[in-house]
Structure formats: C-alpha cells, structure tokens
Design a protein around this ligand. Structure first.
Ligand SMILES: [Fe+2]
Length: 291
C-alpha cells in the first residue's frame, strides 16, 4: 500500500534532519507526505478569492506562470491581488521543498502554480481527463523524459476537507499495465514532435507512462477493485508527493493551491527509486534515447 506519512511541521522553512529524513524516505519511496498543521494563511482581503466566480470559465484552474495570470477574470486590482496570493504560495512551497530536500534546492525550477477555485469533481469530462479515476500524472503533449513531477498542495478551504483516493504502489500498478501497452511505431515520436502534438520527442518512457495513465483510467474494474485508501486533507493541511509515481484520484474538495516542481532524476537522493529506474528494471532495457 502507498505510504501516507504525517509530519507535525508548522514552519515553511523546516531544517531538522529527522524531518528531512522522513520527508525524503516518504516521497522518494512513492508515498504522500501529509503536513496537517502547515497552513497557507490567507489574509482577510484574500478570503474573497474563495469563490469559483474568479474563474474565467474556459479554464478549470487559475494559474500563474512567471508573472502571467491565466484562467482568471475580475477587475485589474483584484487580479493583481490574486496573482500576489498565488505568488506567495509559490514562494512558500519553494522554501518548503528546499528545507525538506536540500539536495533538490539547486534544481528547483518552478513550473506552474495553480489556484483551484472549482469543486474537484463534478464536471463531465472524457474518461482520459477524468481525474476522479486513479492515475499517475503523465501528459500527452509534454514528454518529460524521466523528469520528476513533484507537487505541493494546500487546502485553503476553511471548512471542507480535500479528499483523495490513493492507490497501490507504482511498481505493482506498472506490472499490471505494462503488458497491455503496445510499442510506439517507429517514426511516430518524430512525427508527433514535427506536428507539434508533443513538445519535443516522446520517449519510450513517456509512451509507457502515458499508456499506464490511460489503461488505468479506462479500466473500471481496476478502479473499483485495486488496493486503495481514502485520504482526507483537512482545512489548513499541506501535502506533497511525486504525482508521476503516486496513484491518486480526486474525490471531493474545493479551494486548493498547488505548486509543480520539475526535477531531473539525478537530483534525487535515490535515483533508483524513480519511475524511470523502476520501469527500466521491469522492461529490462533503457527507455530513454542515448545522447
Ligand atoms: Fe493527477
């Protein structure tokens, strides 16, 4: 079963070695690190952002990339304040990751920060985009060639839990679905890149990750019967995981902040724990092109 490990942390700048050890062991071991008392506090003025009305309807999430706010609507002053709130969370999340995982610090390049004012589930989507089904994160248009996806989440809802289902361990899931995935046709990765369907070449690693994402979501029997647990993230909780490794599914909740951080496999304390290394062991061959 995927480990869910709770740490009684109250500072965004932790530096205790035992906390670091627990955090490293949990995350790189494919678990979820839960910090129930590490709240991201909203100012009184920011509490007005706890409403889906700030979404511009086209996007599910409001996001901040660099200084650009996307997916939001409102008057310029409010949007500036909203961007400021999201940027402050990005800052805290970066400090937290640097504090708990000093080895990651030089590699921490922040990707998108998002604020999710919509209910976690409820919209009808295609099964492939339905995040209420257990999945690992893998994106069709963004091959990452083994780069890790580390995510920091905070539930900023004052009253309602964020609820996930968390599935079985990565290797067990991979063993089930790998045999069902066909090899990419030769030439396909280059063609997809040429047509800008993918940003860069889809490696065999990316192909397998995407295949497992899709096979798991499409398999309703697996969704129902696989080993899983319900995990509740209470108001004021923060949690972290490698979302390319932890099988997760949204159950309910509203108002969450999320920071994505991409890390090269070489930044890990134990690169052998990565999905890339696990898949290469299971397949018995290299899954990235040599360069
Ligand atoms: Fe996900």
């Amino acid at each position: 079963m995927t480990p869910i490990v709770s740490l009684d942390l109250a500072s965004w700048r932790p530096n205790a070695p035992e906390e670091q050890q627990t955090a490293i062991r949990t995350l790189e071991g494919g678990g979820v690190l839960l910090l129930p008392h590490l709240a991201f506090e909203l100012s009184r003025g920011e509490r007005r952002f706890l409403s889906p009305a700030w979404s511009n309807d086209r996007a599910k999430n409001i996001s901040l990339e660099g200084n650009v706010l996307k997916g939001a609507r409102g008057d310029p002053e409010s949007l500036a304040a909203l961007a400021h709130m999201i940027a402050r969370f990005a800052e805290r999340a970066g400090e937290l990751v640097t504090g708990l995982f000093p080895r990651y610090a030089p590699y921490v390049k922040r990707a998108r920060t998002s604020f999710r004012p919509q209910p976690a589930v409820g919209r009808t989507l295609s099964w492939r985009k339905d995040d209420s089904r257990l999945h690992i994160d893998a994106f069709p248009s963004r091959p990452n060639r083994g780069e890790r996806i580390l995510r920091v989440f905070s539930n900023v809802n004052p009253v309602e839990d964020r609820v996930w289902r968390v599935g079985e361990e990565y290797a067990a899931m991979a063993q089930k679905f790998l045999p069902q995935i066909r090899r990419q046709l030769p030439g396909t990765p280059a063609l997809l890149a040429l047509l800008h369907v993918t940003k860069g070449i889809r490696s065999e690693y990316d192909h397998l990750m995407l295949g497992m994402h899709d096979k798991a979501k499409a398999d309703l029997g697996y969704q129902r019967d696989c080993p899983q647990q319900t995990v509740r993230f209470p108001p004021g909780a923060t949690w972290l995981c490698f979302s390319d490794q932890v099988m997760h599914a949204a159950v309910s909740g509203q108002y969450m902040l999320e920071q994505t951080i991409h890390l090269p496999v070489t930044a890990l304390y134990d690169p052998e724990s990565s999905p890339l290394a696990i898949l290469e062991r299971l397949c018995g061959r290299r899954l990235l092109p040599a360069h």
